[in-house]
Design a protein around this ligand. Sequence first.
Ligand code: MRU
Length: 341
Amino acid sequence: MTAADTAHDSIRAVLWQGDHLRLLDQRLLPMQEQYLDCRSADEVAAAIRDLAVRGAPAIGIAAAWGVVLAAQAGRAEVLAACARLRAARPTAVNLMWALDRMQVVLGAGGDLTALTREAQAIQDEDLAANRRMGERGAALIAPGSGVLTHCNTGSLATAGFGTALGVIRAGVAAGRIARVFAGETRPWLQGARLTMWELLRDGIDATLIADSAAAHLMKSGQVQWVIVGADRIAANGDTANKIGTCQLAISARHHGVRFMVVAPTSTVDFATAGGEDIEIELRAGDELLGYAGTRTVVAGAKAWNPVFDVTPATLIDAIVTERGVVECPDAARMAALLGRY
Ligand code: MRU
């Protein structure tokens, strides 16, 4: 590991404690740094559903540890617990991918030790993938560039280092990225609350923008790349990510700004042909109608709250994975580089 690998990288949010799972509670950041201890699979499922832990890779890792907790409680419970964990959120395929891996171990008669080893492997492989993607993605960026990111894709959303934020960490350490902008990511404010906290905590200068300022920022010439993560990438390269990502891609293309998706191969779902087949999570309208428990919208108002959207592959310049970069993605290029696995 080089110094550049570890620069700006101090945060870990998913911590296995031997007999329980400790999560840095993302509902409370940045005002409170408080940990939530989960002692059962159902507590992990609730933490995923309620966004105490969030981000595609992190919820897969947490779910894997949830299976270990279920196995600690007795083998008869484990398959039912897997089903409840699987139902916690619908869009990020890393959740299903991690549970599939755990169920393969279970199906082969794996005991608690084998399940623990598999969960740890899922977590360790994610960290290694993020460092690899960081190098690959940063290499695409010309020195002195500005970047805009959306949502939170960093150590909070993964085993550590991050996907899009991993590229930003690596790009800043390598002197390629000179300016970092983060969109606030309404309504849950992953950008304002989490990405800004994470970047500043790790010594990376960053500037917050309102989501609605993105096109104006691109027009100003201050950013050369939009860099985002993914919750599910279909076989043709269509990418589901946090709501608002698609409008960033459209605006980037209009302004000649390049658009990079960074995600481990655990986010690629070859069983889903195209973006129209990806289930988009709808969350309660309350997330839009108020903030921090205080109602901000007139009583009686309705809200529609889809929390992901799909960016068509045609608007993506590069998908960066730990196995390689797919430029101008389509079904043939995705299959050629990543194959089926
Ligand atoms: O609803 P969230 O906060 O779980 O959504 C997270 C995102 O959309 C991230 O961009 C994605 O999961 C990639 S995280 C490395």
